[in-house]
Design a protein around this ligand. Sequence first.
Ligand code: NCD
Length: 316
Amino acid sequence: MDDQYSLRFRGPHLLGIEGLAPYEIQDLLDRADACVDVNRGLADRRDRLAGRTLLNLFFENSTRTRTSFELAGKRLGADVVNMEVATSSVKKGETLIDTAMTLNAMHPDVLVVRHGESGAVALLARHVRCSVVNAGDGLHEHPTQALLDALTIRRRKGRIEGLTVAICGDVLHSRVARSNMLLLLAMGARVRLVAPPTLLPGGIEAYGAEVTTDMMRGLEGADIVMMLRLQLERMQSAHLPSIREYFRLYGLTRDKLANAAPDALVLHPGPMNRGVEIDGVVADDIDRSAILDQVEMGVAVRMAVLEALAGPEAKR
Ligand code: NCD
């Protein structure tokens, strides 16, 4: 086995960015880069996952992530099955482990799982024989989102290392922020977390990111401004005086963006709350916003992950 081959992402699961070596992240980004043309219809790779089965199991709502995994699987020729949790036995009280064992008996090659509880996807992975991809677990991780953000940044800026990335908003409830912070720090970027004091997880500085509650200071000279959705559905109590006040202090407007680098790029994982965390004018500015690029890169990244886990070179 030559070095080139061994220095690749080998799975067997993708449960988080934590624990991935920089070379594995690099490998997934390189593979995803090559998938962009396939996704655009410029190359045919339907043989890569022919005969393989991908099961999408979403316990939480999702539009873009589920569709993106479905498209990615189909572009590579896999059979894709979407399990509707609302109509499954989960609603009848079946435990997560029972569900996992039942699905396992159907011999899928990859299970893509989203769940409202942090750690649930890793637990499920211990009870199945196939590869498991975490499509978001509670407040914990959302690794393919971080990878697609990184691919978007790399393609638009030519690099990740040395860039200053401001991750702004509801950091406390965001698995996207966590996975992005881990990936960007691993790849040599400078990360600033910017949030109101009530939306910052305690002790987060320990990971090596800078932390500030001052939006203008957080944006200063940033090359990338990543906005987060205010996740009201995860808030048990009032974390904010009002939405209007939040927008005034932390909403990304043209005025605030002027504090970032002149060629700063704006990202948002979606779904977006216009007028809450981001002004529609900024979101729609084609010179500054990479939000639709992110959606496109999402399919390429998921193709790369599926191919790495279940393609012809995957260990099985
Ligand atoms: C994110 C998620 O679900 O964590 N969205 C997504 O995957 N497109 C972020 C969010 O819901 O705000």
